[in-house]
Design a protein around this ligand. Structure first.
Ligand SMILES: C[S@@+](CC[C@H](N)C(=O)[O-])C[C@H]1O[C@@H](n2cnc3c(N)ncnc32)[C@H](O)[C@@H]1O
Length: 196
């Protein structure tokens, strides 16, 4: 699978607040459509800029900001807002193995991560494992053909290609949301019968 990992030496770029103008966390949260979540997982959280916003929008939730890069996890541990320290948990993962229990997450969010996945089927299967029945995964990534920024065109996937992987691993109720100017946004749910 063609993919492209983020260069951690460019970490500070992830904190550019201008990103929030075209990747509005409220639009992403609204697409997730979860009420009073207790457990939120962001896979590929980077510096946690979005995870912090989600923690503010879900005041009763523990938010797990998961990343495969030790540099990112260390940065989040050192820089997370003091007011969120007790609920925002930077968490080191392996490529498709997140060290969190099965069936507890109300929502799993992945922003600008699909194009970095070596094995999307395994990573989405891991997202499915983490979710409770009825829980929602939200996938946001750069649209193919958009030239305003983002990764190389050859690693981008269409909404149809991402949907196909989600359906293959067992998600249902797959829906596309057109609220973001440069990104595809998809949601899907964990059905009652999916073997996980
Ligand atoms: C482009 S950055 C986006 C970070 C953050 N979501 C944001 O938009 O600010 C992608 C992040 O995903 C992480 N990543 C890539 N593959 C991953 C995987 N399989 N599991 C967890 N994290 C992953 C990278 O280390 C990187 O920090």
């Amino acid at each position: 699978m063609p993919h492209e990992k983020f260069d951690v030496s460019r970490l500070e770029r992830l904190n550019d607040p201008a990103r929030l103008e075209y990747l509005d966390p409220r639009a992403i949260w609204s697409a997730a459509d979860v009420r009073d979540p207790r457990t939120v997982v962001e896979i590929g959280a980077g510096t946690g800029m979005f995870a912090s916003r989600f923690a503010e929008m879900a005041p009763d939730a523990d938010v797990y900001a998961v990343d495969v890069e030790p540099v990112m996890v260390r940065w989040m541990l050192e820089n997370r807002p003091p007011s969120l320290c007790e609920r925002l948990h930077p968490t080191l993962s392996r490529e498709s193995a997140v060290p969190l229990p099965t069936g507890e997450a109300d929502v799993v969010i992945m922003i600008n991560v699909h194009h970095e996945l070596a094995d999307p089927v395994s990573t989405y299967r891991e997202a499915l494992r983490l979710l409770r029945i009825g829980g929602t995964v939200v996938i946001v990534d750069w649209r193919p053909g958009d030239v305003s920024g983002g990764p190389s065109q050859h690693v981008r996937a269409t909404a149809e290609q991402i949907s196909e992987v989600l359906a293959r691993v067992g998600f249902d109720t797959i829906a596309e949301h057109g609220d973001l100017p440069h990104h595809t946004m998809l949601t899907a749910c964990k059905p009652a019968i999916c073997g996980l």
